[in-house]
Write a protein that binds this ligand. Structure first.
Ligand SMILES: Nc1nc2c(ncn2[C@@H]2O[C@H](COP(=O)(O)OP(=O)(O)O)[C@@H](O)[C@H]2O)c(=O)[nH]1
Ligand SMILES: [Mg+2]
Length: 205
């Protein structure tokens, strides 16, 4: 398998309902996190494409499951953000169920990239996602995003704190500092995705 060129990533399709997804073959790595945690920006940074995963000015408005393809059969999925505070609770719960359904039913998922704002890590719904990942044995790459918002010393302290806390919950994870603004952690994210995709490729060839 050749090295993946993330700059070649194309938009594939969006679905408003997880039950409508008809794409089958291949492997998916999904980006999850609270709305506004920086999922779309991270996908743009990873692929070095400014407009690929268009982030709306009103966070949480984009409630679509967006599929991108790096090369045939190797996909990135931008999931709707959870917990958007400005919509009614019932709507929020409906959106959350969509995410859970996708995560629970799709066997194509081989990895999760969980984005958390470094200033507000491990909130309730992040833990719920971790529970699903644990029960499905999906490994998780945690990005402590917007690390540019903290002093470097504080970043390291926070990284250790969250690592320790996560370790009490499960052990199939890695964690890194990330910033799409300051271009921190992008190479590590690429290497992690390479590893997941390659593992899948080797197992299936
Ligand atoms: N300071 C800082 N802001 C960021 C970073 N990543 C995203 N943002 C900002 O956070 C907001 C939400 O980003 P977006 O990618 O749309 O988040 P999404 O809702 O998870 O897709 C936008 O205003 C971005 O400009 C980052 O690394 N650092
Ligand atoms: Mg987004």
């Amino acid at each position: 398998m050749n090295a993946l060129d993330y700059t070649k990533t194309n938009f594939l399709k969006s679905y408003s309902q997880a039950t409508d997804i008809e794409i089958q073959d291949g492997v998916e790595i999904a980006f999850v996190g609270y709305s506004n945690s920086g999922k779309s920006s991270a996908i743009n940074a990873l692929t070095n494409q400014k407009k690929l995963s268009r982030f709306s000015k009103t966070p949480g408005r984009t409630q679509l499951i967006n599929f991108f393809e790096i090369v045939s059969g190797f996909r990135i999925v931008d999931l709707p953000g959870y917990g958007y505070a400005k919509v009614p609770l019932l709507v929020r719960e409906k959106w959350q169920r969509k995410i859970y359904y996708y995560l629970e039913k799709r066997d194509q998922i081989k990895g999760l990239v969980l984005l958390m704002d470094i200033r507000h890590p491990l909130k309730t719904l992040d833990q719920k996602i971790i529970n699903i990942a644990t029960s499905k044995k999906i490994s998780v790459f945690v990005l402590l995003n917007k690390c540019d918002k903290m002093k470097e010393v504080q970043q390291k302290i926070q990284l250790n704190k969250v690592y320790e806390k996560l370790y009490t919950l499960f052990n199939s994870f890695e964690i890194e500092l990330f910033s799409s603004v300051k271009k921190i952690g992008i190479k590590k994210l690429q290497l992690k995705l390479d590893h997941w995709y390659k593992t899948y490729f080797i197992l299936n060839n």
